[in-house]
Design a protein around this ligand. Structure first.
Ligand code: NAG
Length: 203
């Protein structure tokens, strides 16, 4: 009697579970990875220190205007101005220092009164221990403040499921050449799956 009830319950449950054949093999593996990683407590914390070479004019310019709002020209805070950038990311402040990757994204002036940017910034690592991975920095950047805090909302590669924050400041800015060097200290946690990979390899 009880056994029959259990069989009925199991059948009902199986009806509620989506047909796994409907999922692609790759998607199944992604889900398995996520299920493995998320409850293991294998969160790792790193501090990343790097510089953005922010070239706003000249032949090697990496920051370009995309659009303006009707108010931008008369706005004390450039409200509505949108720029796109692809800045070199270096390990040190000098422009010829070790190349780590690029900082690519869009910035929008989003405050009517003071200069503040809405950031959509992707740090694309092409060298060093995080080569091939990206970090996504998103949020409000109050550029008049000396030390700016920005959220790290995610990443790819090693930085899958990353979160954290960045403290940024202007390391150097030449008003004549419009060459800026921005210093970023990123405090990031992410799920380290290397121990899981080792375990699976041992099986
Ligand atoms: C532009 O970049 C090239 C190649 O890195 C460099 O040799 C040159 O000095 C740069 N020019 C300026 C004005 O920074």
């Amino acid at each position: 009697m009880a056994a029959n009830l259990i069989v009925v319950i199991l059948m009902l449950i199986s009806l509620l579970i989506p047909n796994s054949n409907a999922r692609k093999e790759g998607a199944k593996e992604e889900l398995a990875w996520l299920q493995n990683i998320c409850c293991t407590g294998n969160e790792k914390v790193v501090k990343l220190h790097f510089f953005l070479q922010d070239v706003q004019a000249g032949i090697n310019e990496t920051v370009f205007e995309v659009a303006r709002a009707s108010i931008s020209a008369n706005s004390p805070s450039n409200f509505g101005l949108v720029r796109v950038l692809d800045d070199l990311v270096t390990a040190g402040p000098e422009k010829d220092s070790e190349k780590l990757g690029r900082a690519q994204g869009t910035i929008t002036y989003i405050d009517l009164e003071t200069s503040a940017l809405g950031m959509n910034l992707n740090i694309v690592f092409t060298a060093g221990p995080y080569s091939g991975s990206t970090l996504c920095i998103l949020g409000r950047n109050p550029i008049t403040v000396d030390q700016r805090e920005l959220p790290v909302v995610g990443g790819t590669g090693i930085f899958r499921m990353a979160r954290g924050y960045v403290i940024g400041n202007t390391y150097d800015y030449d008003t004549y050449t419009e060459y800026g060097v921005l210093e970023y200290n990123a405090y990031v946690s992410y799920f380290d799956d290397s121990s899981i990979r080792t375990l699976q390899g041992d099986q």
